[in-house]
Design a protein around this ligand. Sequence first.
Ligand SMILES: Cc1cc2nc3c(=O)[nH]c(=O)nc-3n(C[C@H](O)[C@H](O)[C@H](O)COP(=O)(O)O)c2cc1C
Length: 126
Amino acid sequence: MTQIVYYSVTGQTRRFVKKITSSAIEIEPHNPFIEMNEPFILIAPTYPEEMIEPINDFLETNRNINYCRGMFGGGNRNFGTAFCFTVRDLEQEYGVPVLHKFEFQGSEQDVEKLKKEIRKIEHQNN
Ligand SMILES: Cc1cc2nc3c(=O)[nH]c(=O)nc-3n(C[C@H](O)[C@H](O)[C@H](O)COP(=O)(O)O)c2cc1C
């Protein structure tokens, strides 16, 4: 099983994830220290660093980083070159690849891309 783990401040990322599964894991700011023991894709919106600290806390919990197969970044193209910089920074920091970037709650193509990446990971695990 490939899990989806996400963080959401204003609900856009949550809406994207709910299009694919109702059993995703949400990183809660008051308790981000969830221990993972199976592969997952992280879906993260883009905010100033101090606003995404729960994501760092989550990735640094136990062996979580070893189970993270890749990330999807949510953002807003109006931010220009800062579009989806959070996942790009996390990629540098933790060496986990950015698989895809999308805007707000994602389009049908973004949903398809996530399904495809999940299938790829399941295939690799078999
Ligand atoms: C204070 C603030 C700063 C943001 N900065 C960026 C940014 O630098 N780059 C970007 O692509 N999106 C930026 N965004 C857009 C959000 O990442 C985007 O709306 C995302 O879909 C929000 O996801 P959420 O509703 O799950 O929190 C910013 C939004 C806010 C409110």
